[in-house]
Design a protein around this ligand. Structure first.
Ligand code: ASP
Length: 344
C-alpha cells in the first residue's frame, strides 16, 4: 500500500479520557475531542486518524452486551473505509469486551486494537500517550498490501496481546493486564517487534461475518471453601439460566461431596450447560487428573481447558444461540474459534 493507512479511533470511555470532578474528586468520562488536543503527536504519525465517540462515553463498569453490539456495528459499518481500528476502553472490563468482539468478528482481516490507560491522558505521569500512540501504529502496520495483524488484540504497557487471552490483573500498576496462557503478539521497545509466529492465521477465502446475537442468560460462579448447598441451589434456580461458567480450584477441582455433584448433575440433566474454568490466572483445567474433578467429567461438565473466565463467558453468550443441543455446544466450545483456547 502506498497511501497512509486510515485508522478509526473509537473512544468508548474509561480513564484515558476522564477528568476529575472538582466537587468530589472522582473521575468521570469527558469530551474526548478536547482531550485529544493534548496529544499533538497523533498528527505526526504516518497514518490518518479519524475519531468517533460513544454517546455518552462510559466507565467500562457500565459496559454490557448491548454496548459490545454497538461497538461491533460501528466497526462493521466502517470496515471497508479503514485499514485498522483502535478502541479506547476502560481497563476494568476491557478483557470482556475485547474477548466478545473477537468471537463476533469471524474471518477478521484487519486489526481491532483495544487500549486504555491507568491515568487520564491529561495527567502529567500518564501512561495514556504511549498506549494510544503505539496502538495506532500497530493498527496501521501493513505488509504486502495487507494488515500485519488480523485479529482482536489488546495493547497495554509495551505489550500487544491476543485480547481473548487477557485478564486485568492489577488496578495500580501500569502493567494492568496479563496473558499467562499465550505469548504476546508484539512488544514495543526501541523497535516495535511483532512475533509473527504467534499471530492468528486467517482463511483468506472466507468473508467477514459479524455475529451479533448473544444469549445473556448465563451465570458465573466462583466456588470457595465452605460454599453451602442452599447458596448453590438458590443460584442455579435463576429462571431461564442456560449456561454457567464455574470457576473451580487449580486444574478444575471442586468439592467431591455428593450434594455438590448431585446438584450440578440434576441441572445438567435438565439442560444447563456448565463450563469448568480454573480460578488461577494461568494453567488449565484437566478434569480427571484428581479424584476431585473425575466426577465433574462424568456428569458432563465441559472443560474450559486454558480459556480465561472473560473469554469463556463471552464465548458462551455467542455460542448458545447457535448450538442448541449440549453435544454440539460442547464440541464447538472446546474448539478454538479465534485462538481463545488450546485444543488438546
Ligand atoms: N473505571 C475505569 C474503567 O474501566 C478504569 C480504567 O479505565 O482503567 O472505565
Amino acid at each position: 500500500m502506498n497511501r497512509k493507512p486510515n485508522i478509526l479511533l473509537f473512544y468508548t470511555g474509561g480513564t484515558i479520557g476522564m477528568m476529575r470532578s472538582s466537587q468530589t474528586g472522582s473521575l468521570k468520562p469527558f469530551n474526548f475531542d478536547k482531550l485529544l488536543r493534548k496529544i499533538p503527536e497523533i498528527k505526526l504519525l504516518d497514518c490518518s486518524v479519524e475519531t468517533i465517540s460513544l454517546h455518552p462515553p462510559i466507565d467500562s463498569s457500565n459496559m454490557c452486551p448491548q454496548h459490545w453490539i454497538a461497538i461491533a456495528e460501528i466497526i462493521e459499518s466502517n470496515y471497508g473505509k479503514f485499514d485498522g481500528f483502535v478502541v479506547l476502553h476502560g481497563s476494568d472490563t476491557m478483557s470482556y469486551t475485547s474477548s466478545a468482539l473477537s468471537f463476533m468478528f469471524e474471518n477478521l482481516g484487519k486489526p481491532i486494537v483495544f487500549t486504555g490507560s491507568q491515568l487520564p491522558i491529561g495527567d502529567l505521569r500518564t501512561d495514556a500517550k504511549e498506549n494510544l500512540i503505539t496502538a495506532i501504529q500497530i493498527a496501521g502496520l501493513q505488509k504486502n498490501g495487507e494488515a500485519v495483524i488480523q485479529e482482536v488484540c489488546l495493547y497495554f504497557e509495551y505489550r500487544l496481546y491476543r485480547a481473548n487471552r487477557t485478564t486485568k490483573i492489577n488496578a495500580e500498576q501500569f502493567q494492568a493486564f496479563a496473558s499467562l496462557n499465550y505469548p504476546p503478539l508484539a512488544e514495543s521497545g526501541v523497535h516495535l517487534k511483532v512475533f509473527e509466529e504467534s499471530l492468528l492465521k486467517r482463511d483468506k477465502s472466507k468473508p467477514l461475518n459479524v455475529h451479533k446475537e448473544l444469549d445473556t442468560r448465563v451465570g458465573l460462579l466462583k466456588i470457595f471453601p465452605g460454599i453451602r448447598p442452599d447458596f448453590i441451589k438458590h443460584f442455579l434456580s435463576t429462571p431461564q439460566l442456560k449456561g454457567l461458567v464455574l470457576e473451580t480450584f487449580g486444574s478444575g477441582n471442586a468439592p467431591s461431596d455428593d450434594w455438590f455433584v448431585d446438584i450440578l448433575e440434576r441441572h445438567i440433566k435438565s439442560g444447563l450447560i456448565i463450563v469448568n474454568v480454573t480460578q488461577c490466572s494461568g494453567g488449565s483445567v484437566a478434569m480427571g487428573q484428581y479424584e476431585t474433578s473425575e466426577r465433574l467429567k462424568q456428569i458432563g461438565l465441559i472443560s474450559g481447558n486454558d480459556i480465561t473466565t472473560e473469554s469463556a463467558l463471552a464465548k458462551m453468550m455467542l455460542l448458545l444461540p447457535k448450538y442448541k443441543n449440549a453435544k454440539d455446544f460442547k464440541i464447538n466450545f472446546e474448539k478454538a474459534v479465534c485462538g481463545d483456547i488450546s485444543e488438546n
